[in-house]
Design a protein around this ligand. Structure first.
Ligand code: C2E
Ligand code: MG
Ligand code: MG
Ligand code: MG
Length: 289
């Protein structure tokens, strides 16, 4: 147990800089300004071990609470940020926040892993690996507690440089997940070549699996493939009990979705965890939620 957290790392040139020329018509500038204004924050969505009902981790997801537009679609936020250098700034902040959050959770006795999504640009240089290798020991966080989720699209942009960064991160001991599996390109190549610890079945297949036999077949085959390769398999987009039961029957390790919980701010997560009671996988009518 840690009594106090260490001082945050000294600011570098990479921390939020004030926009030089604020331009309201430039979406990337708007994102940068929103970051300065504290409108961009992280939500966390629980990930549950299907067999035991235990909460094993969380995925950190960016949210932009716009003063007039309300909650901005995260995909839009990421798309805009990725078109400029702002994504790098966002990712640096996300990594810092999540590592700090992990230190707090661990100090509070919560045994959680946290996953961070990374973009194409983040993997083109070794910067993110340097940052993580620096922050983890600084905050006393075990590397196994951190996981990076990469998408197949991100891998396609510059496979060689991306592979170098991923290999470095793997060397640090950070887990690597292949996100949105089945929606990108050369998936099987990536499964074979990358030092992965996890594969995430894309929600587009999971959402429909209770009704659509093709979706169900794709999910089951992906689970089988992932298991055969020694990977942890996570299903995202689990919205109902039927899907959860099917995933359990198919041997999926971890589930994430609205059936359990929506993404929420860190303060809410602590309260949610305190209330949470595992569903027994093969429970009868007395099954508690
Ligand atoms: P993702 O990494 O595949 O994240 C899972 C998405 O599924 C999240 O969408 C989550 O809110 C949503 N989801 C979870 N459970 C359910 C469910 O039961 N039903 C449905 N319909 N959806 C569910 P979200 O939060 O809108 O994020 C969208 C995408 O934006 C993420 O997809 C990720 O690719 C990207 N993203 C979010 N935060 C970051 C970030 O910090 N960095 C980067 N590079 N990308 C991020
Ligand atoms: Mg993800
Ligand atoms: Mg995904
Ligand atoms: Mg996605």
């Amino acid at each position: 147990r840690r009594a106090a957290l260490p001082d945050p790392p000294a600011p570098t040139e990479e921390t939020w800089a004030r926009p030089v020329r604020p331009d309201p018509t430039d979406p990337a500038r708007a994102v940068e300004t929103a970051g300065d204004a504290g409108e961009i924050m992280l939500y966390y969505q629980p990930q549950i071990a299907i067999a035991t009902g235990e909460v094993v981790g969380v995925e950190a997801l960016l949210r932009w609470r716009h003063p007039t537009r309300g909650m901005v679609d995260p995909e839009e936020l990421i798309r805009v940020a990725e078109q400029s250098a702002v994504m790098r700034l966002l990712t640096r902040r996300v990594v810092d926040d999540v590592v700090e959050q992990l230190a707090k959770w661990t100090a509070a006795g919560l045994d959680l892993r946290a996953a961070v999504n990374v973009s194409v640009r983040d993997l083109h240089t070794g910067e993110i690996a340097e940052q993580i290798a620096d922050r983890l020991p600084r905050y006393g966080v075990a590397p196994q507690r951190l996981q990076l989720e990469i998408t197949e699209g991100a891998l396609m942009a510059d496979p060689r440089r991306v592979l170098t960064t991923i290999t470095r991160l793997h060397g640090v001991g950070v887990g690597i997940a292949l996100d949105d599996f089945g929606t990108g390109y050369s998936s099987l190549q990536h499964l074979r070549r990358l030092p992965l610890s996890e594969v995430k079945v894309d929600r587009s297949f999971v959402l429909g699996m209770a009704e659509d036999t093709d979706d169900a077949a794709i999910v089951r085959s992906t689970i089988e493939l992932g298991k055969a390769l020694g990977l942890r398999v996570v299903a995202e987009g689990v919205e109902d009990e039927r899907t959860w039961r099917m995933l359990h029957a198919a041997g999926c390790d971890v589930a994430q979705g609205w059936f359990y919980a929506r993404p929420m701010p860190a303060e809410e997560l602590v309260a949610w965890l305190a209330r949470y009671r595992p569903l027994r996988p093969l429970g009868g009518p007395d099954e508690a939620h």
